[in-house]
Write a protein that binds this ligand. Structure first.
Ligand code: MD6
Ligand code: FE
Length: 207
């Protein structure tokens, strides 16, 4: 586990290779079963309706959604109206290992990146509980992750996230701006057709 200092903020941890290849394959099988039930869909930005370049789904009690009305957490898939599938045990276990005293995660956002997809600089701030960290898992092709400070104008650092890597944004870095600049094609054999999956675990409501 590496603690990375960014703009003087503590609380950003990087755990390279947290999941070994067998662990990544197990997790991927479970994500495939989840998206068979709760299909990936292309969300749009609030107000403008501009589509995201990533496709999304969720698992856990709550899922993060974005549509013309805004960003929010909700208990059902916006297309099927069905509850989100359960969160895999491996993810609840990961949270127990890295999230300190935080209550269990309620939501796991699944982001799928095709070649060319990216994620603009943003803060994760739709939760009612910033005391709990956000924990991310990367699967598939390597991505360039950029992280800055509490203001969008703060300087940023970028580093590569490989399949199996975990990032924790907690403490002072919980609200740091971050994003994905690009996905590097052909860097992993985990997904047959390439691309990248990112899972972010969140606690939404106070215990
Ligand atoms: C991604 N990650 O890796 C996007 N958010 O595809 C995030 O937006 C993120 O990695 C909160 C905490 C860690 C993250
Ligand atoms: Fe984020």
């Amino acid at each position: 586990m590496q603690d990375i200092s960014i703009n003087g903020l503590s609380g950003l941890s990087y755990l390279p290779g947290y999941f070994d290849r067998a662990g990544q394959e197990d997790l991927l099988d479970q994500i495939r079963a989840i998206v068979a039930e709760a299909p990936l869909y292309q969300p749009v930005m609030p107000k403008t309706g501009k589509p995201f370049s990533v496709r999304m789904s969720n698992c856990g009690a709550l899922g993060w959604v974005s549509d013309i009305q805004g960003y929010r957490y909700q208990p059902v898939h916006p297309g099927t109206g069905q509850p989100w599938p359960a969160m895999p045990d491996a993810l609840t276990h990961l949270w127990g290992e890295v999230a300190g005293k935080a209550p269990p995660p309620e939501a796991c956002l699944i982001n799928f990146y095709d070649q060319g997809a990216r994620m603009g600089l943003h803060q994760d701030r739709d939760e009612q509980m910033f005391e709990a960290p956000v924990v991310s898992v990367s699967l598939g092709d390597t991505a360039t992750f950029r992280v800055g400070g509490l203001s969008r104008k703060d300087p940023t650092k970028s580093f590569r996230l490989q399949s199996g890597d975990v990032v924790v944004l907690g403490g002072e870095a919980r609200l740091a701006f971050h994003g994905i600049d690009r996905v590097l094609a052909g860097t992993s054999t985990l997904l047959k057709n390439g691309g990248r999956i990112n899972l972010t675990l969140r606690r939404v409501n106070p215990a």
